[in-house]
Ligand binder design. Structure first.
Ligand SMILES: O=C1O[C@H](COP(=O)(O)O)[C@@H](O)[C@H](O)[C@H]1O
Length: 241
């Protein structure tokens, strides 16, 4: 695991935009498409906004980038809580991503049907490949959740399915999420975490005893890929570095 500590969210986003841009360009020298699973939430917004501007908007061959999502809140696309909607607004619509390269988790059908459809899409898309995504971008909630893998829920123990839907009582909504098994087959996973509110959780996730039921972010350990944490000084405050 590689830890990258930045002064604040803006600096972190700038460092990560440079990292992602270089990584995409390197991968596209070896293959003709790049698969990028996006996260939702607040933390990645500044990063997406930077990627959508100079120099990255022209440095990256966005027509070769294929977009997926790590998780989705099962609310209509028009709802501001919809993770895909946020990414369209801040990134996809601005960089000229090709519609045929965008794979949203559908929220216009029953969540279980959407999860089954996404699972099928992923198996067909990655058929025979040793790795799944080239890059998965993840956030971490103050409670240690990542994707929609929330503490204490059965989804944390999923070992087979790649995509699941479930009712999240605490937020009174369905969630659709990638699971740990498919995420851990990725070539590279990058977590972003900012703010003092995440400091103690981050310490437990990185330095603490393994307890994924309590800290689901600990489930993410790529089997054959890189793992990076991009954090700001406030989030890193309790870490032993
Ligand atoms: O609900 C979610 O939360 C996490 C973390 O969000 P943040 O606002 O603390 O950055 C996010 O990674 C996930 O995609 C989202 O659905």
């Amino acid at each position: 695991m590689e830890l990258h500590i930045a002064k604040d969210t803006q600096q972190l986003s700038e460092n990560l935009a440079a990292f992602i841009s270089q990584y995409i360009q390197e991968v596209l020298q070896q293959q003709d498409r790049f698969t990028f699973a996006l996260s939702g939430g607040n933390t990645p917004k500044a990063l997406y906004a930077l990627l959508a501007k100079e120099p990255y908007v022209n440095m990256i061959d966005w027509k070769k980038v294929h977009f997926f999502w790590g998780d989705e809140r099962a609310v209509p696309f028009e709802d501001s809580r919809n993770n895909a909607r946020m990414a369209y607004d801040v990134l996809l619509d601005k960089v000229g991503a090709l519609p045929e390269n965008i794979f949203v988790m559908r929220t216009d059908i029953e969540p279980e049907a959407a999860a089954a459809e996404y699972e099928k899409t992923l198996h067909e898309y990655f058929d025979g490949k040793p790795n799944t995504f080239d890059l998965v971008l993840l956030g971490m909630g103050d409670d240690g959740h990542t994707l929609s893998l929330f503490p204490g829920l059965p989804i944390v123990h999923e070992r087979k399915a790649w995509v699941k839907a479930f009712w999240l009582e605490a937020q009174a909504m369905y969630r659709i999420t990638l699971t740990a098994p498919v995420t851990n087959l990725s070539a590279c996973v990058v977590f972003m975490a900012t703010g003092a509110g995440k400091a103690l959780t981050l310490k437990s996730v990185i330095d603490g005893a393994t307890d994924p039921d309590k800290f689901p972010s600990q489930l993410i350990r790529p089997e054959n890929g890189q793992l990076h944490w991009f954090v700001d000084e406030a989030a890193a405050e309790a870490l032993q570095v």
